[in-house]
Design a protein around this ligand. Structure first.
Ligand SMILES: Cc1cc2nc3c(=O)[nH]c(=O)nc-3n(C[C@H](O)[C@H](O)[C@H](O)COP(=O)(O)OP(=O)(O)OC[C@H]3O[C@@H](n4cnc5c(N)ncnc54)[C@H](O)[C@@H]3O)c2cc1C
Length: 382
């Protein structure tokens, strides 16, 4: 029987919604809480490949498709070996994650999962969740729907991280499964910050993606052309088959997503600003932020707290401005980032775990001109 009033409803069971549900489920505090999960999609397809770096053993390690402790950065002027230790770069296929979460959630009697489109949230004493199949009530709602105002907002800087990837099965053993390619800038769309990303799982199999960080999208054929060109240049590749295709768009923006929280509705995931604006990574933030939300609820605080750290938002804003107005400089900027810093320091910086002193050192190693221009553009424009 469906409860009349849920303690919590989670709208959207993607990366953020499911990580929050699993974190609640594993905490005895929530054993007597009724939790509703709603998604318009059945969430059975392998619609995302999530990669993230993490130190040591992680919560989803038993689900990983592959992980690496060595990476490679390539550009027209550099070839940099990345020694990730004590981190590993981890690859998780969403189909495996959804199946695991589904089985966990189905075994919990206080969790109810329904498939329906959420049409509207009405906030009063509780929140009325209006869906295509009826209205449900919850004391607090976690909402992964992106505010429609984001698309039309003119004040924020928006860069799209967009990509198309092919899972390749080759006849010859041409891939190096011990080392993934973080960025290969040697082949790119002219005038843009774009690169190839390679996740090899065996000598015969790799996910090869063409990714752009640009303000606008490109035609689908353009991704295909670059992917074909890249693959044809791999020595000895011979015949290969494309067994799967992945396409996606990740918004990288300084839009103030956190301002969408209300007393009884907390935005989560991309909609809640969990995507790191300057990198587009967010899966691992899902783990960290879900744990913070659960800790806040247990501490009797509102879960709708601000997850942002102001000085990192400043760095993100400047970086986005550089990408927006000086997009062609991406190769130069990333080359200097990977050649002048240890990759482990870059990870700590992107994870917002560095001290101000460490940040100043890292920032000082970037080429100064594009960043000074961006600061001038953002803060001293007449
Ligand atoms: C293809 C792809 C690959 C990515 N790879 C990486 C990566 O390697 N590493 C990384 O850190 N990040 C990656 N990202 C970025 C980010 O981690 C993902 O986008 C992540 O899935 C975001 O989580 P989310 O919960 O906000 O959104 P989603 O996972 O998209 O979940 C949102 C859910 O809400 C549901 N929903 C939406 N509207 C409604 C509605 N009205 N009613 C009911 N349900 C609704 C959707 O069906 C969906 O299931 C990737 C993104 C994409 C698109």
């Amino acid at each position: 029987m469906i409860p009349k009033l849920f303690d919590f409803a989670i709208v959207g069971t993607g990366a953020a919604g499911l990580q929050l549900a699993l974190t609640m489920l594993e905490d005895s505090f929530f054993q007597d809480k009724q939790v509703l999960l709603i998604d318009k999609d059945a969430k059975v397809n392998n619609d995302h490949t999530w990669c993230y770096w993490e130190k040591g053993i992680g919560r989803y390690d038993h689900l990983l498709y592959k992980s690496w402790e060595k990476g490679l950065f390539l550009s027209s002027t550099a070839q940099i070996e990345l020694n990730l230790k004590p981190y590993r770069y981890k690859m998780l296929r969403s189909g495996d994650f959804y199946a695991y979460a589904k089985q966990k959630i189905e075994s919990a009697t206080n969790f109810t999962r329904i498939q329906a489109e959420v049409l509207h949230l009405k906030e009063g004493e509780n929140v009325q969740v209006e869906t295509g199949i009826g209205v449900f009530s919850a004391r607090h709602v976690f909402d992964s729907r992106i505010d429609p105002a984001f698309a039309t907002d003119k004040k924020s800087t928006k860069i799209l991280q967009h990509f198309k990837g092919w899972m390749i099965e080759s006849v010859e053993p041409v891939f190096h499964p011990d080392q993934f390619v973080m960025m290969d800038y040697r082949l790119r769309k002219a005038g843009t910050s774009s690169f190839i990303y390679v996740l090899p799982s065996t000598p015969y199999r790799a996910l090869v993606e063409f990714t752009l960080f640009t303000p606008d999208l490109i035609r689908e054929e353009e991704y295909d052309e670059i992917l074909k060109k890249y693959l044809s240049a791999i020595p000895g590749i011979g015949n290969y088959t494309i067994t799967e295709t992945e396409m996606g768009i990740i918004p990288m923006s300084d839009y103030p997503f956190h301002k969408q929280h209300t007393q009884r509705i907390t935005k989560i995931g991309t909609a809640g600003g969990w995507v790191k604006p300057s990198s587009g990574y967010s899966f691992y933030n899902g783990k960290k932020f879900a744990e913070r939300i659960v800790a806040a609820i247990k501490g009797g605080h509102s879960p709708s707290f601000t997850l942002t750290k102001p000085r990192f938002r400043f760095y993100d804003r400047i970086f986005l401005d550089v990408l927006f107005h000086q997009n062609e400089r991406g190769e130069e900027i990333f080359t200097s980032m990977y050649s002048k810093n240890k990759v482990t320091d870059i990870f700590r910086f992107l994870d917002e775990e560095t001290s101000l002193w460490e940040e100043l050192r890292i920032i000082n190693r970037f080429p100064h001109a594009p960043f000074l221009r961006a600061v001038k553009n953002r803060y001293f424009r007449l």
